[in-house]
Design a protein around this ligand. Structure first.
Ligand code: SF4
Length: 329
């Protein structure tokens, strides 16, 4: 009972933290600078009780009244508009493998937001063991939003495209379902929409490539970095759903990333923690970086507290075969 109370309290504190963290990323994600994000209305806005923290372009953390901050409006973004990208942004994700314990909240948060079925995953968590002697680790894997994306090159209709802010999207209205992009992606980031089991038929919601909802049957879908969230100065669903703070997201132009709790310099994080990109030698130039799984915060075994069919996916990993032999899973 006591534990439950504590958990509840921690949860509330974290949400509060998260909110502050997210708002501090307004500069990084949505606006051009702190100054341009402050309201310039002739009519002075009423002050509120809510204070938020913002990072200035010269790296100082300041606290301002929430009522004085401009946010992007939540508006429907047309297919043409969605091809342009958010001005002056270059989005980047950093995944801290030392913190991942396969909680799968990133997967679930993404599925809920994109109305996906249980087996449809834009974010996949793999178990990697480079050789039988090496220590295995959990690897969350979204689309890498490559700067040299083979998927875009092979698309015959321009349905998939690269924007100025770095995001690679799919326009369902143009996709003919040829699957060239699926076969060309070296990271298996794409999947074919064979038709959702739990149909989402809300026709009142106009389609936009920025949300991929409702998704059209017979087309290709994938992780989109949640541009609709970014326009509101919020984190992508995977990052805001992760209770471990594994996923940092931000803007390369401003050299800032946040996981909702910590806001840090992207370049320093990568340099200090030995950040790397998956299969760098392929030349696809991903915009997702990984921090190696050294000094792990959780025992790897905690990640096996998942459904049987998910454990089945890891059956070829030597570590899992050993655990099975020992009767531990
Ligand atoms: Fe395209 Fe695959 Fe790169 Fe995503 S990870 S941009 S789908 S090549």
């Amino acid at each position: 009972m006591q534990n439950k109370e504590n958990n509840k309290k921690e949860g509330t504190n974290r949400r509060k933290f998260l909110k502050l963290g997210l708002m501090s990323s307004v500069t990084a994600l949505a606006g051009t600078s702190l100054v341009s994000n402050l309201s310039e209305n002739a009519e002075e806005p009423k002050s509120s009780d809510e204070k938020i923290r913002l990072l200035t372009p010269d790296g100082k953390m300041v606290e301002v009244d929430a009522a004085h901050v401009n946010k992007y409006p939540e508006a429907h973004i047309s297919s043409d508009e969605s091809r342009k990208g958010i001005p002056n942004r270059k989005f980047v994700m950093v995944i801290d493998l030392a913190r991942c314990k396969n909680a799968r909240k990133c997967v679930e948060g993404c599925q809920k937001a994109h109305k996906l079925d249980y087996n449809e995953e834009f974010m996949k968590v793999q178990l990697i063991q480079d050789n039988p002697e090496a220590s295995p680790y959990w690897l969350p894997k979204p689309c890498f939003h490559c700067d040299e994306p083979p998927c875009v090159t092979v698309c015959p209709t321009g349905a998939t495209f690269k924007r100025t802010d770095g995001i690679v999207l799919v326009d369902n209205d143009r996709c003919i379902g040829c699957k060239f992009c699926i076969t060309s992606c070296p990271y298996s980031a794409r999947q074919f929409n064979w038709g959702h089991k739990d149909k989402f038929d809300d026709k009142s919601q106009p389609y936009s490539p920025e949300t991929s909802v409702p998704a059209a049957e017979g087309t290709v879908m994938k992780c989109d970095f949640c541009p609709d969230m970014l326009r509101q100065g919020k984190l992508p669903h995977c990052a805001s759903s992760c209770p471990m703070g594994v996923i940092y997201f931000g803007d390369k132009n401003e050299d800032i990333v946040t996981n909702g709790e910590e806001t840090v310099r992207f370049s320093e994080l990568i340099k200090d923690r030995g950040g790397y990109r998956h299969l760098e030698h392929l030349g696809t130039k991903p915009n997702v970086y990984y921090l190696p799984a050294v000094n792990r915060q959780f025992p790897l075994e905690r990640g096996f507290n998942v459904d049987e069919d998910i454990i089945e996916r890891y059956k070829d990993v030597p570590f899992v075969q050993d655990l099975k032999k020992q009767g531990k899973i």
